[in-house]
Design a protein around this ligand. Structure first.
Ligand code: 5RP
Length: 262
């Protein structure tokens, strides 16, 4: 199958594979959502089945929970785990301080709770996710259905006073109906183009009644594993100020490279 994966998919895979090496026996691990996180789940499943790795996993969505069980991971709830050693997740954008935009896959609420309940959050991403300033990717915010129009109007009003370049707000759709998150809420996507002050925006958005959480992850992520289509990976640790480079052999085994469905 080696000709079938795009360079972006290869980059996502090698980032996930390298991050999986950070997982050790006995760990409680938070598992992100999205196509990059799905590679991680596959890699961990292989390590559990073939190397006897013993871990407990807390998924951040129903999709990830289902895939985790399919590949043989032990799934527990965050209530059972209480605290996690490590969370590994994808991102829609990351900047040089490892501030993130997440929620493109609609799982930002559980993702932020799980990452915040972890000693360490590692982001896995292809190089296209790296930006000098956040905001080109629409910022998702999770909003409860009750009073949706009111919350939306308050968000639009807030954006007038924020340091952002665009101010359009759209309700995420799933076909003809509004998209519904695993928590039964909706998503508003904020088309900001450029976010001047992510911390200020994040705090202000979460003050609005009806907004449950926003997709800005500030001071949550410590390490990013950046994958490239040719198998190179970089592990950047923002606390240590280090960049490790590595190369992952790209061997497409039957188990890992069957359809991911994500
Ligand atoms: C889901 C997310 C994902 O991590 C983000 O959308 C990246 O997805 P992908 O790995 O498919 O590019 O935040 O809510």
């Amino acid at each position: 199958m080696s000709g079938e994966l795009s360079p972006i998919d290869k980059a996502k895979f090698v980032a996930a594979k390298r991050a999986a090496e950070m997982v050790e026996d006995g760990m409680r691990v938070g598992l992100g959502t999205g196509s990059t996180a799905a590679w991680l789940v596959r890699c961990l499943g292989e390590m559990v089945r073939e190397d006897g790795l013993k871990i407990s996993c807390v998924p951040t969505s129903l999709r990830t929970a289902q895939l985790s069980r399919e590949v043989g991971l032990t799934v527990i709830s965050l209530e059972e785990a209480k605290w996690l050693d490590l969370t590994i997740d994808g991102a829609d954008e990351f900047d040089s301080e490892l501030n993130l935009i997440k929620g493109g896959g609609g799982a930002l609420l559980q993702e932020k709770i799980v990452a915040s309940a972890s000693d360490q959050m590692v982001v896995i991403a292809d190089t296209a996710k790296e930006v000098s300033r956040l905001g080109a990717f629409p910022l998702p915010i999770e909003v409860i259905p009750f009073g949706l129009s009111t919350s939306r109007a308050l968000v639009e009003e807030l954006l007038i006073s924020m340091d952002v370049m665009g101010r359009a707000v759209s309700l995420r759709m799933d076909g003809a109906a509004p998209y519904i998150t695993d928590e039964g809420n909706h998503i508003l996507d904020l088309h900001l183009t450029r976010i001047g002050n992510p911390r200020q925006l994040s705090l202000a958005l979460n003050q609005i009644p009806g907004v449950v959480e926003n997709g800005l992850f500030i001071d949550i992520c410590d390490t990013v594993v950046v994958g490239y289509g040719d198998g190179r990976v970089e592990v950047r640790d923002i606390n240590e100020g280090t960049i490790e480079t590595d190369r992952i052999d790209f061997v497409e085994t039957d188990n890992l490279f069957t359809d991911l469905g994500d």
